[in-house]
Design a protein around this ligand. Structure first.
Ligand code: SF4
Ligand code: SF4
Length: 256
């Protein structure tokens, strides 16, 4: 070890003692340590979905399944894309075959063949956990297996989950399901393992159309925070009082 390096380490060690950060903190990625650090920095993860940009290709769903060990062939998924078709005679058709994993190949929402000239409007809406500020799923868990981190992300501890399913019933957005292999509650966690390393979620990276974005609403310079503060956005089922933190651009009033 050269002298400069030794001096550098000595200063670093003294700084640590002075700031009261324990050496143990540098076994980084322990959830409680990360949570404390995030709180200090003023971090609250938020998501923006631009429905005007989504083309229903399903790349996000495929990427999410592969990233998060959700068995590819099963019908469950942490995120999905819904297709809305409103016909000129007022019918509203909504579907999401296989969570839109393979996109929407056929022009048959809900098995109904719709002619182009009969469509009033049609669009796609990606969905995922809203990382609610007042999450009913957390309130009902009898063993504390689902909890909210100080950065706002609602997490599930697989080792504590007893598989009672209360949280699955409590979520008004239907985003939770039983993991087919682990038989515990499962849902989107904004790719927590990635965002805590400075990466984007797998779905954000996979979307070639910029329909999905993640950011920190407490950072004034963050482009995603700026969108939420300056543009017209909407959340799903606001009337439930869950305070969702997934904000939608161009959300049509027929979306449920
Ligand atoms: S990858 Fe982007 S454009 Fe494709 S379905 Fe997902 S959100 Fe929509
Ligand atoms: S969307 Fe559902 S699972 Fe996600 S935090 Fe809100 S209530 Fe919980």
């Amino acid at each position: 070890m050269d002298c400069d390096r030794r001096e550098f380490l000595k200063v670093g060690f003294k700084t640590l003692l002075a700031t009261g950060v324990s050496i143990g903190a540098f076994e980084l990625l322990k959830p409680e340590v990360l949570a404390a650090l995030n709180k200090e920095k003023g971090l609250r993860w938020v998501f923006v979905v631009d429905t005007t940009k989504c083309v229903g290709c399903g790349m996000c769903v495929r990427a999410c399944k592969l990233e998060n060990e959700v068995p590819y062939e099963t019908n469950v998924s942490r995120t999905w894309v819904e297709r809305y078709v409103m016909t000129k005679d007022g019918k509203i058709l909504v579907d999401s075959p296989k969570a839109a994993r393979d996109g929407f190949i056929k022009n048959d929402p809900m098995g109904v063949t719709v002619k182009k000239e009969d469509i009033d409007k049609a669009f796609f809406v990606p969905k995922l956990c809203n990382q609610c500020e007042a999450p009913p799923c957390v309130q009902v868990c009898p063993v504390g297996a689902t909890y909210q981190a100080p950065d706002g992300v609602v997490l599930v501890d697989r080792t504590w989950c007893i598989g009672c399913g209360y949280c699955i019933m409590a979520c008004p957005y239907g985003v939770r399901f039983f993991h087919p292999l682990y038989r515990v509650a499962e849902k989107c966690n904004f790719c927590y393992h990635r965002i805590n390393k400075g990466m984007k979620t797998a779905c954000v990276d996979a979307c070639a159309f910029g329909a999905r974005q993640i950011g920190n609403i407490k950072d004034l310079e963050d482009p995603v925070a700026r969108i939420i503060k300056t543009e017209r956005t909407a959340v799903l089922k606001e009337e439930f009082g869950t305070k969702p933190h997934v904000f939608y651009i161009g959300l049509d009033s027929i979306v449920r």
